[in-house]
Design a protein around this ligand. Structure first.
Ligand code: TXA
Ligand code: MG
Length: 329
């Protein structure tokens, strides 16, 4: 039975129970608009340590803390400057994470010992209700094993983390890729991870800092390999190079639709209208489905131009193919 069409009130008992679990120091997987998160009470270091254990995530990779009310910022950060309110007004609730100087309430395990903490207010009613009912900010990474494909449905979570204490099934997520992460400098903002909120969007509110390079220390956990399927994956940059390849065991994630369906084992067309937002929404779900299909040996994914949302899509594709890459097609 799927709970896809359940309303918020249908889920209110689930949310209450999940909130109790959070208060008891247990882990709860819950939907956000981007991907499912694996949450714990951000103020409980022991609970947060269970996230790293269950995900098999290295402790140098810090977590994002989720809030439901702008006033919660005071519980977490030092010196809230004007720009944060401008950004929050425009983008929260929504898929934007802002890295800010943390105060002493935030345990070191949440931030991997950094003096900063990434914060976002998710645009998903279930997530917001859960945070409010738990009465604490919720630290949550994506609810997948470290390095593997991010989950956009409750079933994706079950597949990788069958032992999680509780999962709230809120159906398919509506954005499909993780939040944009920014940090604020004296001159403006820098992007640590791209998402559907683009540099151009953010520039309408705060200046873009194009000066110095980002210190690697300020973007920990940004590894070259990530989002990896269990089978070989390659990005298709030029479909002319595919002419002489046997495609009978290939599953293709197609954006333009300019491929011959009869040649491939399976083609998933991510958008009917050539809309990059739809590529983002369907990207991880397509990767999961091709990963689970025993008749498919290799996953191909069509490249898009690295502008606007295309930048975030190409970031995910490049990290997914990184361990598998032998030749560019
Ligand atoms: O959309 C999202 O952001 C999802 C949902 C669940 O909210 N969360 C998510 O979390 O993608 P995760 O842990 O998979 O990726 C968060 C990344 C970390 O890998 C790290 O690179 C960066 O955020 N991060 C977190 N705190 C940071 C900090 N204080 N400074 C720099 N980077 C930070
Ligand atoms: Mg992740």
């Amino acid at each position: 039975m799927t709970k896809l069409n359940k309303t918020l009130s249908d889920l209110s008992k689930d949310i209450q129970k999940a909130a109790e679990y959070i208060q008891q120091g247990k882990l709860v997987a819950f939907p956000t608009e981007t991907v499912y998160g694996l949450g714990a009470n951000a103020f409980n270091p022991l609970a947060v340590s269970k996230i790293f254990e269950l995900k098999e995530r290295p402790t140098f990779d810090p977590l994002i803390v989720h809030i439901a009310d702008i006033n919660d910022l005071n519980k977490l950060v030092l010196n809230i400057d004007e720009r944060i309110f401008k950004l929050a007004d425009k983008f929260w609730p929504g898929p934007l994470t802002i890295v800010l100087p943390k105060n002493n309430n935030v345990p070191d395990i949440v931030t991997s010992g950094l003096e900063t903490v990434g914060i976002r207010m998710p645009a998903n009613e279930i997530a917001l209700e859960l945070i409010k009912a738990a009465k604490v900010p919720i630290a949550a990474p994506s609810a997948n094993k470290f390095g593997r494909i991010s989950p956009t449905t409750a079933n994706h979570v079950k597949k990788q983390l069958p032992n999680v204490d509780y999962i709230i099934d809120g159906g398919k997520t509506t954005v499909g890729i993780e939040s944009t992460i920014i940090t604020l400098t004296e001159k403006g903002f820098k992007i640590l991870r791209s998402g559907i909120i683009t540099q151009e969007d953010i520039q309408t509110v705060v200046e873009f800092d194009s000066t110095s390079e980002i210190q690697t220390l300020s973007a920990p956990g940004m590894l070259k390999s990530h989002y990896s399927p269990r089978k070989k994956m390659l990005i298709v940059y030029d479909k002319n190079k595919l002419i002489n390849i046997d495609k009978s065991k290939i599953g293709l994630i197609s954006f333009t639709g300019e491929f011959d369906e009869s040649e491939y084992k399976k083609i998933i067309k991510v958008s009917k209208t050539n809309d990059l937002k739809e590529y983002a929404i369907n990207l991880f779900a397509s990767m999961h489905s091709l990963e689970d299909d025993d008749e498919i040996e290799v996953i191909f994914a069509e490249a898009v131009s690295e502008t606007g949302i295309g930048k975030a899509i190409m970031d995910r594709l490049k990290k997914a193919e990184f361990d598998w890459k032998k030749a560019e097609l």
